[in-house]
Design a protein. Structure first.
Length: 429
């Protein structure tokens, strides 16, 4: 099928530049061609411009009127691709090919194929066709391993394996620290050798444009490669974590299941425009009740104790009763002042945070547990001291996670409670 648009990388750089994305265009050019002098860039730009003229893309009349010399439809298409808010990228390092799927809003996607860093092809694609195209791009043989296996390795050791000179050192460290089977490591490195020490990779990124700058947040990543009797893959659920990685050998069907689930998470979570006040709604639940109940018991108990001592003589029973009431009130009052409970309604969780700054930082999340749980402890899902700022912003005890920590908080939450991964759609205000 003839692509919707096909051009060279140089021509794509010119199109980006003409549509106002000079920084993005220069970054792409330096990634592909390396740093160049101003004169060299001008020569490249001029040659690509001539190619666009030859293809009939260049509008001479607009150029004479100092307008962008491209049709309105082409300008709109270039802008939609450049400002895509989400990106799925598959890379085949052996053939030097990449397949990208760019979300351009309103459930519309563009397929972007890059060959040898030279040819750029663009096509509209239906969301329902993306998974099939991902599988077609990978093109592994349908092999079933004699035995599926998994083993762990430190993040640093796995990263070091990108250089084959470190294999012996990594193997010795791995065997000493993990006591896992040497044959597993050897089989894994044999696959690396067969694939020229390169991994295929699939990743998901969220992208935002801030002025001339592009901010990229890598949200999902897994490496994979074919083996002699199966497929090896490593899936990073939290790409910002330095936790140990788990290396799997499995069938192609299992790998396709993993990539399918990754795609489903992307398609289920619509990309929202970045705003200054993006937040998750959180509602204060139990602190006020605890403080009021505790304070009332405290006052009643203390007053009664003082009255018993001053007025009555034989009052040991009353003293014990009101003393107990005083102690209960003190416990409720102190716990209410030290810990505040918040309700994350969208996630079905209750969060507990410190309140008295000198004892427990107000910004520190100390526990997250299911709503309705009377105690933390065994049912606790997350214990964190990441310093997520919680700010009071509205009536009825409503608070919000500060925007600059929102993504970090959500990553930590999903990392510790992966069952929530499919419903982490925070409320945007």
């Amino acid at each position: 099928m003839k692509p919707f648009m096909r051009c060279t990388t140089e021509e794509w750089i010119v199109l980006l530049t003409m549509c106002g994305y000079e920084v993005m265009a220069k970054s792409l050019g330096e990634t592909v061609f390396g740093e160049k002098s101003e004169e060299s860039w001008n020569t490249l730009f001029e040659g690509a411009t001539h190619q666009l003229m030859l293809k009939g893309v260049w509008d001479d009349e607009k150029a004479e009127n100092d307008e962008i010399p491209l049709s309105e439809g082409l300008q709109s298409f270039v802008r939609s691709v450049a400002e895509a808010k989400q990106l799925i990228r598959l890379v085949n390092p052996l053939s030097n090919e990449a397949l990208l799927f760019r979300s351009i809003g309103d459930d519309k996607w563009v397929e972007h194929y890059i060959q040898q860093e030279i040819i750029q092809e663009f096509n509209p694609v239906e969301p329902g066709d993306i998974e099939k195209k991902m599988h077609q791009f990978i093109q592994y043989e349908q092999l079933e391993p004699d035995e599926e296996l998994s083993f762990t390795m430190s993040n640093g050791a796995f990263t070091a394996l990108s250089d084959q000179r470190h294999v012996t050192e990594v193997k010795r460290y791995w065997l000493e620290s993990t006591r896992q089977k040497e044959a597993w490591f050897d089989e894994f490195t044999e696959a690396l050798v067969a694939n020229e020490w390169k991994f295929f990779n699939t990743s998901v990124m969220r992208i935002s444009l801030e002025g001339d700058q592009t901010e990229t947040d890598l949200t999902d990543l897994f490496f994979h490669m074919p083996g002699k009797d199966g497929v090896w893959f490593v899936h990073y659920r939290d790409v910002h974590s330095n936790d140990d990685v788990t290396i799997h050998k499995t069938s192609l069907n299992k790998l396709e299941d993993v990539s399918g689930k990754l795609l489903n998470r992307v398609l289920k979570q619509p990309v929202k425009q970045r705003r200054e006040n993006v937040s998750m709604s959180v509602y204060k639940t139990t602190r006020d009740k605890k403080v009021i109940t505790g304070y009332s018991s405290l006052v009643v108990g203390l007053t009664a104790i003082m009255a018993i001592f001053v007025i009555m003589d034989d009052s040991i029973g009353r003293l014990l009763f009101f003393g107990f009431l005083f102690i209960v009130g003190m416990i409720y009052f102190v716990s209410g002042m030290v810990f505040i409970s918040y309700e994350f309604k969208e996630e079905g969780l209750v969060a507990q945070a410190g309140f008295i700054g000198r004892v427990f930082p107000y910004e520190s999340m100390t526990a997250i547990e299911p709503m309705g749980s009377p105690f933390s402890g065994n049912e606790r899902i997350l214990g964190s001291s990441q310093g997520f700022t919680i700010k009071h912003t509205g009536p009825k005890g409503e608070v919000k996670i500060s925007p600059e920590r929102m993504e970090e908080f959500k990553r930590e939450l999903v990392k510790r409670a992966p069952q929530l991964d499919d419903r982490m759609e925070a409320k945007v205000r």
